[in-house]
Design a binder for this molecule. Structure first.
Ligand code: DX5
Ligand code: ZN
Length: 222
């Protein structure tokens, strides 16, 4: 599967959100990554439902909603109604993960699970066939602009091995500290969705930066 790019609007200019969404529409971005932080699951608050609805009014690409919130079941329908095409919840925030995943699918959305850097891939063994997306956090969630954690490569290898046997269509999404220095290695290792926030929005030409991420080809050796 050719990899996809999913710029994160967490790094957009919130005072010019319409402009930035229209830039993403013109770009080679495949998904628009939307980070929801509640100040409980993570120490930061990003934005909530009215902002997602506003993004949806202008977005021409699927909204890939990443819920960094406690008890996400309370808000699944609200995010689906606000325009989420994909809803990813954190493994660490879900006591009844199987039920949560079915609820997301019943809403007509693709269902994802995110793993914090300390959470082993092996814990997904009994849910992997139910998932559309696994998001591997390559930084500790809560903030954009952090440094990529290299142990992520091992987790991608493990997830790729699991998905080849049990769920070949799985999206393996990497989130945090992605840039042109690690993108080729990530894709070579098995990632097929690259989220990038600061690397895109802090660049001089975000459309071109997205194209560069889009155009990378797997390398032979990691
Ligand atoms: C971090 C968020 C990320 C963030 C990535 O908690 O989940 O999606 O926006 O930002 P960068 O690419 O700047 O690390
Ligand atoms: Zn995210």
């Amino acid at each position: 599967m050719k990899h996809l790019t999913a710029p994160s609007v967490l790094a957009a200019d919130f005072a010019n959100l319409q402009r930035d969404i229209e830039m993403l529409n013109r770009s080679q971005a495949d998904w628009i990554h939307v980070d929801i932080m509640d100040g409980m699951f993570v120490p930061n608050i990003s934005f909530g439902l009215p902002v997602v609805e506003a993004i949806k009014r202008y977005a021409a690409k699927p909204l890939d909603v990443h819920l960094m919130i406690v008890e996400p079941d309370r808000y699944l329908k609200a995010f689906a109604d606000a325009g989420a095409a994909h809803i990813t919840v954190h493994y660490e925030a879900c006591t009844h993960l199987h039920r949560t995943i079915q609820a997301i699918k019943d809403l007509g959305c693709k269902a994802g699970v995110a793993l914090n850097p300390h959470t082993p891939v092996a814990l997904l063994e009994d849910i992997i066939t139910d998932l559309d997306i696994v998001l591997i956090m390559s930084v500790n969630p809560g903030f954009g602009g952090q440094k990529f954690i290299p142990n992520t490569y091992k987790k991608i290898q493990q997830l790729k091995a699991l998905s080849e046997v049990r769920n070949p269509d799985l999206f393996i999404e990497i989130d945090g500290g992605v840039n042109l220095q690690n993108a080729a290695d990530l894709v070579t290792t098995g990632a097929n969705v690259l989220v990038a926030g600061n690397f895109v929005f802090s660049s001089n030409d975000p459309v071109q930066t997205i194209s560069s991420l889009h155009d990378i080809t797997p390398t032979k050796f990691v």
